[in-house]
Design a protein around this ligand. Structure first.
Ligand code: SF4
Length: 364
């Protein structure tokens, strides 16, 4: 029985060629941490993210140089780009003109009605959605004064921002409600879920370094997805954004929602392990990152228990004394010298992938 509840029905929006909401797959996105106007660095980071499976990228647009750089960046990347703007409506107009596929801007922060109207008219003209990004740390002063930085305050802010856009007959919207702790984040999305059919961008913001960030994100995003809440996600880590993409897919995989790339299982090692399994597992994990085949790979410490314990894996290795074995579905294929284990495992994985693609091609 799946532990994931039925997905909340939402309207569907489209960012570039990626659909968000309704029955569209839950997409995984990230944000660059380069200076956006440094086109070479930004493109290089986005291409690395694309290889890791990133489906939508957001870039910060703090000034006009950054807005103008979007045009050049777009020429080199294949995934849709969201321009992240705070306050200055002119940056939104310039980003849309430069080819941004969506805008992240809170209408409540733009100021006068005429400026909001200009942004909405521009988004309509370019057929690009607007993401309302409510953050517990930057709520409207009046709401914060009345309700504090609570989940209820975040929801009120989101509803206010949604109303501003919908009063202008603009419905191409998604919304995020982020706090740096799991309970407020989850509560806010739960409260908003029944009040609007706007798709949800889910995540826990400023989640922290690797361990705190992954843990908070896995629990927060995981709880929401398990309740059917969330149409696109971003994991926030104070790390290389590629780690955010990896974590995002692992969360989806753990819940049985979406798979991307090989799944790695490995044992924690014990006194029976006589090889440097930590190093081997790390090498294999890195090498598997850019492979997209959905194969289950096991890295086990000993021959005694390894192949049996990992018999659900399509392929795996288990360590011995100076030597290791390669096994497929628990059946031993051959013995290999320890220093050749990783290379042979990877080439075997590539062969299996190639063969199954050929087989599928023939079937198709
Ligand atoms: S597979 Fe072998 S080395 Fe790994 S935990 Fe099990 S018994 Fe220990």
């Amino acid at each position: 029985m799946s532990l994931v509840q039925e997905r909340r029905p939402t309207r569907q929006i489209c960012i570039g060629n990626v659909n968000i909401g309704s029955k569209a797959p839950i997409s995984v996105q990230s944000m660059t941490n380069t200076q956006t106007q440094d086109v070479a660095a930004t493109v290089s980071q986005i291409l690395a993210l694309e290889r890791a499976g990133c489906e939508i990228i957001r870039v910060a647009v703090p000034d006009m140089d950054a807005a103008k750089a979007i045009e050049k960046i777009k020429q080199h990347i294949s995934i849709p780009l969201i321009a992240d703007i705070h306050f200055d409506f002119r940056l939104a107009l310039a980003s849309a003109a430069a080819g941004a596929d969506a805008l992240r801007i809170n209408p409540g922060n733009i100021g006068e009605a005429e400026k909001i109207k200009a942004v909405v008219a521009c988004a309509r003209e370019h057929h690009i959605p607007i993401r309302i990004g409510v953050n517990a740390g930057s709520l409207e002063r009046e709401i914060e004064h009345r309700l504090g930085t609570t989940a209820e305050a975040m929801v009120e802010s989101a509803l206010g921002n949604i109303k501003i856009l919908e009063d202008l007959d603009f419905h191409d919207i998604k919304v995020s409600l982020k706090a740096s702790d799991v309970s407020r984040t989850v509560k806010a999305y739960q409260l908003l879920a029944s009040k609007t059919d706007v798709p949800f961008h889910v995540g826990v913001t400023e989640a922290g370094g690797l361990y705190a960030g992954i843990t908070k994100s896995a629990i927060g995003i995981g709880m929401l997805l398990a309740q059917g809440l969330g149409d696109t996600l971003r994991v926030s880590l104070t790390r290389d954004p590629v780690e955010e993409i990896r974590t995002g897919y692992e969360i989806l995989r753990a819940l049985g929602i979406r798979n991307r790339g090989p799944e790695l299982i490995s044992c924690p090692t014990c006194g029976r392990c006589k090889i440097d399994l930590f190093k081997i597992a790390e090498q294999v994990e890195k090498s598997l990152l850019e492979r997209s085949s959905q194969i289950k790979v096991a890295i086990m410490g000993c021959m005694v228990n390894g192949p049996g314990e990992a018999k659900e894996a399509d392929i795996g290795i288990a360590g011995g004394d100076g030597k290791g074995i390669l096994f497929k579905r628990g059946r031993v294929i051959r013995k290999i010298d320890q220093d050749k284990l990783v290379d042979q495992l990877l080439s075997e994985i590539d062969n299996m992938t190639k063969n199954s693609e050929e087989l599928n091609g023939k079937k198709g």
